[in-house]
Design a protein around this ligand. Structure first.
Ligand code: BEZ
Length: 253
């Protein structure tokens, strides 16, 4: 999927995306690890913590994100590439990824997992978190209904799988799944316009087909409808559901 990022606002208002997943790094088994890949490293928030395990490579397909990552982590190797089609100079021991896989179209997931397999050493670890089954259901259901009222088709631009579905894909791509959990994470958003800002940052794609004049109106109506569910004690929340998994490379493919 092609997503246009507002890189400045991303770090300012959505730092929680990376802060929540710092403990995900704790799922990496340190033994024998020399080289780690952060797949979809974005603005490079995890690179420093990952470098405790050895050398780190950050890969992302957004050049502006990588420029920001480089400023924060001048010592780290950064690669501009597509997660579904990449080849590193050397194989890595760990592929780590946070809040990235749900951006990849369902039809390209197996291709991405095979690319990961091919860039991992034998027995290498894949540790990741993504939006899981049911992620942001309230938000997407509300906009689906509103888009229809306004005469548009709402196309949800994300892939939020169940554990079973994703475990099958991992096995098909030569991995052995060693850990999986799906859990709700009702997540506070920053500021009095927290939900509106979230929609503007992350729902660009479905709104591309909406005329300029309908856009603000549609967003405002959505925010108003969602208030009863996602606004509590003066605070906006996002109805996140997370899928965390760990898998090891079992077969070369
Ligand atoms: C997520 O991290 O689950 C997510 C973030 C933005 C848009 C969709 C999903």
């Amino acid at each position: 999927m092609n997503q246009k990022w507002n890189v400045g606002n991303y770090d300012k208002d959505f730092k929680f995306v990376s802060e929540y997943t710092k403990d995900l790094i704790g799922m990496i088994d340190k033994e024998g690890v020399n080289l780690v890949l952060d797949l979809g490293c974005g603005t490079g928030e995890h690179l420093k913590q990952l470098s405790e395990f050895g050398n780190v490579i950050g890969l992302d397909m957004d050049e502006e994100m990588l420029t920001k990552a480089l400023k924060k982590n001048p010592e780290v190797d950064l690669v501009l590439a597509d997660a579904t089609n990449f080849e590193l100079d050397e194989k890595v021991d760990v592929v780590f990824s946070s809040a990235v896989f749900h951006w990849i179209d369902k039809k390209d997931q197996l291709k991405m997992l095979k690319a990961i397999n091919q860039n991992l050493n034998s027995g290498g670890q894949l540790v990741f978190e993504m939006g899981g089954y049911g992620n942001n259901d309230l938000i997407h259901a509300t906009f689906k209904e509103l888009f229809e009222e306004f005469g548009y088709e709402y196309i949800k631009p994300f892939y939020f799988p169940t554990i079973g579905e994703y475990a099958n894909l991992l096995e098909e791509a030569g991995f052995k799944v060693t850990y999986a959990v799906l859990f709700d994470r009702f997540t506070p958003l920053k500021g009095p316009d927290g939900l509106k800002n979230w929609i503007k940052m992350f729902l660009n794609n479905p709104f591309e087909i909406v005329s300029e004049e309908d856009r603000e109106d549609l967003i405002d109506k959505g925010v108003k409808k969602l208030k009863v569910h996602l606004f509590r004690n003066g605070q906006w929340f996002s109805d996140y559901v997370r899928l965390r998994m760990k898998a090891v490379k079992d077969q070369a493919i």
